[in-house]
Design a protein around this ligand. Structure first.
Ligand SMILES: Nc1ncnc2c1ncn2[C@@H]1O[C@H](COP(=O)(O)OP(=O)(O)OP(=O)(O)O)[C@@H](O)[C@H]1O
Length: 515
């Protein structure tokens, strides 16, 4: 008998460490200690780094199905073919044998002299397995100054390399959509940064337009936008900017304005600041943290109030709305603190001077406004505060205190609008007392406004929700808002979580003026 004569403790220990779970644990420990979970490159041939008398090196890289992860260019002054970029995480980068600035002399014995980069690429594409390069190492100075960052940004624009004729190598570029989070891993180049898209399993970094490049591109398009703006009155605090949360509904004078004018009159500032990237950091909501402010935006009549109402009715203890302030007289059916906070003109103006309004304006000689205190009161009760303002005013609550989560309520295609709103009525008189059915013109205006809001303020939206079937939209909105309470990571502007941007990001660019 194997265990014969052994002490009980020894027998027990042997039984324990023979269990499959324990064996797996030890195997995992060994793997992690050896780091052999990383992609393994086949062993290098013996002559991988021979140096000849002219300081030419023979470098052998192993090419898999993936590209080597490097781009090349012709040096204008010397005519030499040099390595322009090494993609972080690619085979070339992992080998550590080839660097940006290295001059390429030969590929697999084929001389590159007098060849153009586009003639060389097919040589590499055909190669399988080991690819032998003869190189003259470039200066190591560039490496020393290379700025590898661990900065995360949210893209504020869509980028599709297949539609970009200026990208140095389409295969080496990373496509992204507005709202995607990118990890910036290299900013050595002023024009093309290297980045990884979060959630992209490959882990490979690729080229993305730098902040400076995108700003230049937007600036080139700007003259057209400015031309359109010339006839437009600048935005102010006139009442036309105020939202339905003031329960005044749409105004006929506004409905008569030509669509082209409305498109630009709401806000000019959006056309002036180019949106590139915003630095973001992971935020894990702690149970003690206040609920984030939910800002609902959308074109008039799309259903923002309907969704707010449904949320509050569904869980009155969880959701609350901020009550607007006004200087107009209270009507018989209205209650203080429920429909409005009724205050004097003097009190209202003091609040304006103290910057207590997210949004305010005058209508028929009375002030109306959405007040920060009102929002804070709802949040202090531990509730999720629902706020409905024009997106140009979001900047007033874009702080760590409110951590706004912005939902854009978008109308569906016109056919679905017609179908779903057949029986719907909306507020149509100046005082919000009368209702009528939607007309074809109302639908067109709603779609037109939605397009304008999306193009001018889309970079501020955390979620876009299409309000076709109202019950389905409500369910989607509720589920999305509830996710904010879960321990899942949320990416929020870095400025909310600390007073200054990271050193790396600051050194690369600043984010002022994006909102
Ligand atoms: N998905 C939908 N299907 C059918 N009717 C809808 C839908 N969403 C909203 N409605 C109805 O459309 C009308 C306008 O909605 P709501 O008042 O919520 O619009 P709003 O976005 O707040 O705009 P406004 O500020 O102009 O009132 C209401 O009668 C509402 O019940």
């Amino acid at each position: 008998m194997l265990y014969h004569g052994w002490r009980d403790e020894v027998k027990e220990l042997l039984t324990l460490i023979s269990k499959p779970h324990f064996k797996s644990l030890l195997r995992t420990h060994d793997s992690v200690a050896k780091r052999d979970f990383e992609p393994a490159l086949p062993p290098l041939p013996d002559d991988a780094m021979e140096e000849d008398e002219e300081s030419v090196k023979i470098v052998s890289l192993v090419k898999t199905k993936e590209p080597l992860g490097a781009t090349i260019k012709k040096d204008k002054s010397t005519g030499a073919i040099v390595v322009a970029r090494i993609m972080r995480g690619g085979s070339a980068d992992k080998s550590g044998l080839i660097h940006e600035g290295d001059e390429l002399k030969e590929v697999n014995g084929v001389s590159l002299e007098h060849r153009k980069p586009k003639e060389i690429l097919p040589l590499l594409a055909c190669s399988e397995g080991a690819v032998k390069f003869k190189i003259i190492p470039g200066s190591t100075k560039e490496e020393m100054t290379s700025c590898v960052t661990k900065v995360f940004v949210r893209a504020l624009f869509d980028y599709d390399p297949t539609e970009d004729p200026t990208v140095p190598c389409k295969d080496a570029a990373v496509a992204f959509k507005r709202g995607d989070v990118l990890q910036i891993v290299g900013t050595d180049d002023d024009t093309w940064w290297q980045a990884r898209r979060l959630g992209d399993g490959s882990g490979r970094a690729g080229l993305v337009p730098s902040k400076q490049l995108h700003e230049r591109r937007v600036a080139l398009q700007r003259p057209r936008a400015l031309f359109k703006l010339q006839n437009i009155k600048p935005p102010g605090d006139s009442f036309s900017g105020l939202r339905r949360s003031f329960r005044l509904g749409r105004k006929s004078s506004r409905a008569r304005k030509p669509a082209q004018l409305r498109r630009w009159s709401s806000e000019t500032h959006g056309a002036v600041c180019p949106r590139t990237y915003i630095e973001v950091v992971p935020y894990h909501k702690e149970p003690k943290d206040r609920q984030r402010l939910i800002v609902l935006v959308g074109p008039s009549g799309v259903g923002v109030n309907e969704l707010k109402r449904r949320l509050v009715i569904s869980e009155p203890d969880r959701y609350g709305v901020s009550v607007p302030y006004t200087t107009r007289k209270k009507r018989r059916q209205e209650s203080e603190g429920l429909d409005y906070h009724f205050v004097s003109v003097q009190a209202f103006e003091e609040l304006i001077l103290n910057h207590r309004f997210v949004e305010y304006g005058q209508y028929r000689g009375n002030y109306y406004g959405s007040n920060l205190d009102s929002v804070q009161r709802v949040m202090a009760e531990g509730k999720v505060c629902l706020l409905d303002v024009h997106p140009s005013k979001i900047k007033h609550v874009y702080t760590s205190e409110f951590k706004p989560y912005v939902v854009f309520v978008k109308p569906p295609m016109i056919e679905e609008l017609r179908l779903t709103r057949r029986r719907a009525k909306f507020v149509c008189d100046e005082d919000g007392m009368q209702v009528r059915m939607f007309s074809e013109e109302d639908f067109e205006e709603m779609l037109d406004q939605a397009e304008m809001l999306d193009s001018q303020y889309g970079h501020l939206f955390d979620k876009v929700i299409v309000n076709g079937d109202v019950a389905a939209t409500f369910r989607e909105l509720k589920a999305d808002v509830e996710k904010l309470d879960e321990p899942e990571v949320q990416w929020v502007p870095a400025a909310w979580m600390r007073s200054a941007p990271t050193k790396a990001w600051r050194s690369c660019s600043s984010l002022t003026g994006w909102i």
